[in-house]
Design a protein around this ligand. Sequence first.
Ligand code: ACM
Length: 653
Amino acid sequence: MLALWLWTASVVTGAADPALIPQPQSLELKDGVFTLTSGTRIYTDPVSADTGVYLADHLQPATGFRLKVSSKLAPDVATVSGIVLTTQNADASLGAEGYELTAKTNVVVITAPTQAGLFYGVQTLLQLLPPEIYATQRVKGEHWQLPCVKIEDRPRFAWRGLMLDVSRHFFNKTEVKQLLDAMALHKQNTFHWHLVDDNGWRIEIKKYPKLTSEGAWRSAVGFGLDPAATTAYGPDGRYGGFYTQDDIREVVAYAQKLHITIVPEIEMPGHSLAALSAYPELGSGPGPFKVPLQGGVNPGIYSPAKEEAFEFLQNVLAEVAGLFPSPYIHIGGDEVPKGPWKHDAACQELMKREGLKNEEELQSYFVRRVEKIVNANGKRLIGWSEILQGGLAQNATVMDWIGGAYEAASQGHDVVMTPTSHCYLDYYQSQDRSTEPRAIGGYLPLQTVYSLDPIPARLSPEQQKHILGVQGNVWTEYIPNFRQVEYMAFPRLTALAEIGWSPKSAHNFDDFTRRLKTDEQRLDQLGVNHRVETSVKIGEWVPAQITTNGVALDWDVTPNVAAAGQTKVSLNYNQGACGIDITGVALLADGVEISRDDHAGFTGSSPRKPVYTLDVPAPKPGTHYTLRAQVAGSGGTDSQGSVFWNLKPTTGK
Ligand code: ACM
């Protein structure tokens, strides 16, 4: 009995079946295991001592071992028992973030040309151990073993990012650090901090104190949300908050230890009502400029006809540049309403004087001037897709959310991919909205996120080098607390981490979901709130089955009728030119209908009520259960999708 238990335990710890996310470039599994004990030593070369201490710090809580770190010994790897972290004799072709990890029964050696590479090797080492290694308390009775392996690894892309909007709702520095930790777990390296928008200005600027005394607060939570869903209130009851410059320095230093670059975003010339509420004299349009209680495209924008607006931005950006070591400053640039400039005599006069044909060119004039300020502060400008309108600034990098990647990269500009179709982590994760927190809309399931190829079609190999990488965006209009930020981000951000790191040839959704089971245990240990998929895929439809005048599609659900209860059946369009109209879904027992939901539904890129609720009986042995959907192609037959089953057994007596 005991022997059987031990054998099972070693299987569940995964020693024989590593569940690494992101999947490394190459991994060879060998016979044997390395066992971590209280006597294991960490040896580093002198420059890698801090990384050695990081490893010791992260092994300690769960194991209770305080491993000694020695940065002087040059161990004979044939005789020591230990972990070696070194940059010596590293293969330079591993690049700025690559590493090699070799685990034998007596020694684990991680070699990398840089500390970032060693750090990623350490992340892999931690993931090779049982997920309990991430526990914050001592775990008793665990065997701290990892399989013998040889791993060679380096990222596909240099920019593996997450954007957090802290303007719509404020998240404090402790919460931001928790998010940075979760990014490091999956080897992500860029945190894009959306510090400024209409709904709140979140960074202290010494020269302009009203930005935070006025612009960081609004009268209520807004967005139609429950005031009790959040805790971000000031002492005077106003809603909001901001980071002092000391807070910013603290978070930047924390990120640096995790090899994460923080790219600050100071949004302009649109989405700027928070700034204009404090300094209305910089705006274009009639005002009054007031921090709004809703999102969307609000009319408050800076005036490019006012030199004092550029002077203000120059002073703000100088302070921002001094706080962030990032080579980039993001200046926003999206969704600029042109109305105020159209009706502003000074702006129209400026356009005549500068020979600008339309307001798009005026926007481009604005961005080009700001680029000079950004460059003068030793930084590069990055902005959303719309900075392409009216002509791209000289050295600008484009963050593609609604297109522009091909245009920018083919003109020799760098691009970061954040398309709404795959990277907007504020969209619903399930078609069944009744089981999800209210979201901004859309539908972005894990599988769709994972299907992203960040390289746009048509780019030549030379142009492809301009695609820096990929980023998930957490806009927070409907996300008033940090638990919900985590829920929306995970596991979709985990999928993007793999897309950003692993070679395309290693992408395999089924294998990813297998490894995700272990990764969810890591997130649980770390206290990260993540979504768990409770529905199971029971079948698919393909174009050959679809007709435009209606057809019944059947799937065998005998194994899924596992208990009496209620099931939610969801029809998920995946691809093709057409969605499908659904007139009803029924459950049949040996061909006889026993439950039906016949509301009208549609699944396509904008689904409408594609979730059907059916009563499920206690299964009778020998009975064959069939799910039948009555569907018709909407305007054609080119439709492919998946069918999910989510059974909630009846509980109680
Ligand atoms: C954006 O989502 N407005 C960049």
